[in-house]
Design a protein around this ligand. Structure first.
Ligand code: SF4
Length: 479
């Protein structure tokens, strides 16, 4: 629907880290959500519990309230919360334990939840995307992973071409385990790297050598994995411009199909693990910004395409192709080539999207297990979207994924006059236009190539909840 050139235009010179002017970075160093959903999860309410979830499922079955019909294929996410060892920067919902028998107990709980979903959705729902995340999914043994995937195949119809991905802690796998995962049907891997510098790795309690990761990537390629993603973090303790540059060169040498680059947000009051990081070791904000700009520049010079925010992909990767063709979408797994649709989140803290609603499972295993033992949905909070939420979700996702808000398209889909409906937002967006981040015309708002780096800030203008003063402070930094 959207012309290819709206996605990526090489209109900025990225040959040095200075292409992101420090003044602009500083001005935009405010905060904004990552918009894997709208409304964002912090807006979910306890009043939306199991009863409301059952109602959403019933409405879905009748084709009410969602953008997709009840027969549209689904995405499935499974949260495995266990990790053997604690990474000090961690902000995930995880349980650090060496007791591997907990995996078997957890699988029984997942089994019970899968039963509830198949009964609630009816039949054997079709699935085009599966993601195992955590925690550390490879905390489970090969036998347990077989058990889990067989159960998922029995409950859901895996459609041809399914994107089956798994987060892999390089310290927990070898070639044999990767071969096992491939045989189970996984075709994509996401490896947590963060940084290759030994001192930085020691400071965050996650030591894994470049040689080991390189070997794993070689093994994965020999086994025929379609796409490998590497996660990096800038702003970690003891990182310097020079040390991070070495990591960047090592990552480029490995040539993963995708790279996700995150900025570390040090919030020790909120995340206990981070209290083990010495604040004095954290790079200064200016240094962090410089490292971030340096990384973006290095990846683009190495031939990667900027997908949006902090994601990069080789031009041949499905994500880059989807972006060029305006087919990019966004869900709790980040940017995806999957069509916009419902998502089943299985396991503790997992979030589901059903029609025009979201819901989240209990965050502790005890609470999750209690609900299932009573034959109840383990849902503890959620939200049903009203008409305004649906208009804003469509707007925010169009900006985050296509980089373009087409007024006529929005008017046709939602029976509104976008220029009147968003008169205040379009006025507020003028400052972004002055900074060269968007172009506003009579037909559309278009995100410029420079604006893609700040697309969260552009999208946030349309977030009704953020219009409430002070709400922004709760989110991590944009960049
Ligand atoms: S960063 Fe990942 S592997 Fe490390 S403790 Fe957190 S969830 Fe576990």
């Amino acid at each position: 629907m959207h012309p290819e050139h709206t996605a990526i235009a090489p209109a900025i010179d990225t040959s040095s880290a200075g292409f992101l002017p420090p003044g602009l970075l500083n001005r935009l160093e405010s905060s904004g959500p990552r918009y894997t959903s709208y409304p964002t999860a912090d807006r979910f309410v306890e009043a939306h519990g199991p009863e409301q979830h059952v109602l959403a499922l019933a409405q879905r079955a009748q084709g009410i309230g969602g953008a997709v019909g009840s027969s549209a294929p689904l995405s499935v996410y499974v949260h495995v919360p266990f990790c053997e060892s604690l990474c000090y920067y961690c902000a995930c919902n995880k349980i650090v334990t060496k007791h591997h028998e907990r995996g078997a107990e957890y699988l029984k709980l997942l089994d019970a939840e899968i039963d509830m979903w198949t009964a609630g959705l009816g039949g054997r729902p079709r699935v085009t995307q599966l993601h195992l995340g955590g925690g550390t999914p490879t905390f489970l043994s090969d036998t347990e992973l077989t058990q889990l995937t067989e159960r998922l195949k029995q409950a859901f119809e895996w459609l041809p071409g399914i994107e089956a991905s798994i987060e892999v802690d390089p310290r927990t796998v070898n070639a044999a385990r990767l071969a096992h995962l491939k045989a189970l049907g996984f075709n994509r891997l996401s490896l947590g790297i963060q940084d290759f510098d030994l001192r930085v790795q020691q400071a965050v309690h996650r030591v894994q050598s470049f040689a080991d990761v390189a070997q794993l990537m070689q093994d994965a390629r020999t086994l025929g994995y379609q796409s490998i993603n590497l996660d990096l973090i800038c702003g970690l303790p003891l990182q310097t411009i020079a040390s991070f540059d070495r990591t960047l060169q090592q990552v480029i040498e490995l040539r993963p199909e995708r790279i996700a680059l995150y900025a570390y947000a040090h919030l020790p009051q909120r995340f206990k693990a981070q209290r083990r990081i010495h604040s004095a070791d954290i790079p200064l904000p200016e240094t962090r910004l410089q490292m971030h700009a340096q990384a973006i520049s290095a990846f683009m010079q190495a031939g990667y395409e900027h997908i949006g925010m902090d994601h990069f992909a080789l031009p041949s990767d499905a994500l880059a192709q989807a972006k060029r063709q305006g087919r990019l979408h966004r869900n709790f797994q980040g940017y995806t080539v999957q069509p916009d649709g419902d998502l089943i989140g299985l396991g503790v803290s997992a979030i589901s999207r059903v029609g025009a609603s979201y819901c989240q499972n209990a965050k502790t295993i005890e609470e999750y297990a209690d609900a299932l033992a009573q034959g109840q949905w383990p849902v503890v909070r959620g939200i049903a979207l009203n008409r305004d939420d649906l208009v804003r979700r469509a707007t925010i996702m169009a900006l985050m994924c296509q980089g373009r808000l087409d007024f006529q398209g929005l008017a046709d889909a939602h029976l509104i006059d976008p220029k009147k409906y968003f008169a205040a937002e379009l006025e507020a967006l003028k400052s972004h236009q002055e900074q060269g981040l968007v172009q506003i015309s009579d037909q559309a708002v278009e995100v410029t190539p420079l604006g893609w780096f700040f697309v969260r800030s552009v999208a946030a203008v349309f977030d009704r909840f953020l219009q409430l003063e002070g709400a922004r402070e709760k989110f991590s930094k944009i960049i």
